[in-house]
Design a protein around this ligand. Sequence first.
Ligand code: NAD
Length: 296
Amino acid sequence: MNRTVAFLGLGHMGGPMAANLVTAGHRVRGYDLLAPALDAAVATGVRAARSATEAVTGADVVITMLPAGRHVLGLYEEILPAARPGTLLVDCSTIDVADAREAHRRAVTAGMRALDAPVSGGVVGAEAATLTFMAGGGEAEFTEARPLLAAMGKKAVHCGGAGAGQAAKICNNMILGVSMIAVSEAFVLGESLGLSHQALYDVASTASGQCWALTVNCPVPGPVPASPANRDYRPGFAASLMAKDLGLAADAARAGGVRAELGLRAAELYAAYAEHSGATEDFSGIVHTIRNHATS
Ligand code: NAD
């Protein structure tokens, strides 16, 4: 069934996601605060709205892809009075679990229905429609959103009630951040012991050290030709986004009294890295900070 979709936030991720909805035959009305982002979306078949309010008026579904929780909550204030009662609001941004639950609460209070559905797969996945969605909300809302998610990704997992999608996202990325640091430390330790990158890779990739950070996004050039290390650490998944996600995980761990020592330390290391050389690098570039420390 073709739907009328309001798509708010047409940046690196939202732009190609909205384009894939157009390709699947949906009527997409887009809005972004930045004119170049809106213009790029219009070139893919998205109809430009002059405001977020205009975009949501009469829409069946509203999808948001915004930087952080404050943007989502701020925009919901603006659009909820204009949306048709019963409209399904799907927030695909990566935001704090508490903010996601608050967004659900406000939507439901205003007579709408809500789903949090953050993604993994990055810009490449957004362009190729191969994203993985992690959804939180009611079963009926997930079922209704499913055909739209299928047009933008290859997999959608219903993780539980409000906020469960965000919870899954930050837990997954905490595993990823910690494992990337562990893999990077192992390569730098191997260097200091005279072990070649290829030898360590050949052993660990088929032994118990095997993980995505090693076999797909290997932090040293050579063993995995497609990894960002082979192109001067151009992202990929930017270190600044990893720092953001680990910050959300660290906040949640502290709030819940969870003893996540490695997750909290990973958040500190990525925050420092993203603030300096890592601002524009892939998150695997953290290997430099470990190596530089080793030789200083
Ligand atoms: P981005 O900065 O490129 O895009 C966000 C867009 O939202 C911008 O174009 C901005 O102008 C727009 N915006 C902000 N406030 C708005 C408002 N009130 N109304 C309309 N538009 C508004 O960011 P991105 O890389 O597309 O990431 C979006 C979200 O996806 C973030 O939460 C990020 O953490 C998450 N994410 C990103 C990636 C990635 O690889 N880029 C991967 C997974 C998840």
